[in-house]
Design a protein around this ligand. Structure first.
Ligand SMILES: Nc1ncnc2c1ncn2[C@@H]1O[C@H](COP(=O)(O)OP(=O)(O)O)[C@@H](O)[C@H]1O
Ligand SMILES: [Mg+2]
Length: 209
């Protein structure tokens, strides 16, 4: 089972991913947790380049760098984990590229789609949780979070950009309603977690029956 979490920074992805990981582990399931970009040496190196504020990166270079990091991750980590029967929880995946580089940066969506299918090698999550909060709420949460610190290059993009990203997420969720579950991210952590495990249980039940 391959599950991804999507949403703008500060929406609560990592919080919910950790809660879901603990839920799976308490049931004795093997879980592989991945953050994007990252999880391989190459992908972590590319992550540093992408998030660094030292240099500017054109939207197309950004698209290709995220995609290079992703394809290394797919081949080296996700495919082997799927083969071993592990549950994979991914903190961002290909929908981030559609939302951020496509809708956010304004790159041609057909071109983004083509690059995405090369990068993923056709490996897609069966279930994607889009945790939806507005930019203002996400910003407020990040100000109070411990690991906060200075905003990275992506986080500096500003309100207009994140509004387009959110609209993008809403659009792609509607295009693939079987895979996407849109979560109202304004509620408390426990209520969101409850909805997430209900959906996961429903899917597990459907798969095994
Ligand atoms: N449902 C929630 N209600 C209020 N605050 C939350 C909620 N979920 C997460 N947070 C807090 O918001 C901040 C950002 O959450 P995080 O999970 O790191 O978001 P993301 O991974 O999407 O950037 C953290 O300080 C976290 O504790
Ligand atoms: Mg996070």
């Amino acid at each position: 089972m391959f599950i991804s979490f999507e949403g703008i920074d500060g929406s609560g992805k990592s919080t919910q991913l950790t809660m879901l990981r603990e839920w799976f582990e308490s049931r004795g399931s093997g879980v592989t947790v991945i953050r994007e970009p990252g999880a391989t040496l190459l992908s972590e190196s590319i992550r540093e380049i992408l998030l660094s504020t030292k240099q500017s990166i054109t939207p197309t270079a950004e698209l290709l760098l995220f995609s290079a990091a992703r394809t290394q991750l797919v081949e080296k980590v996700i495919e082997p984990a799927l083969e071993s029967g592990s549950i994979i929880l991914c903190d961002r995946y290909v929908d981030s590229t559609t939302a951020y580089q496509g809708y956010g940066r304004g790159l041609d969506l057909t071109a983004v789609q083509a690059i995405n299918s090369i990068a993923t090698r056709g490996v897609m999550p069966g279930l994607t949780f889009f945790i939806d909060v507005r930019y203002e709420q996400a910003q407020q949460r990040m100000q109070f979070s411990e690991g906060g610190g200075e905003p990275d290059r992506m986080e500096r993009a500003g309100r207009e950009f994140f509004n387009r990203v959110r609209d993008g997420y809403l659009a792609i969720s509607q295009q693939d309603v079987k895979r996407f579950v849109v979560i109202d991210g304004y509620r408390d952590r426990a209520s969101i977690h409850f909805d997430i495990i209900s959906e996961v249980e429903r899917r597990l039940h459907t798969v095994s029956s």
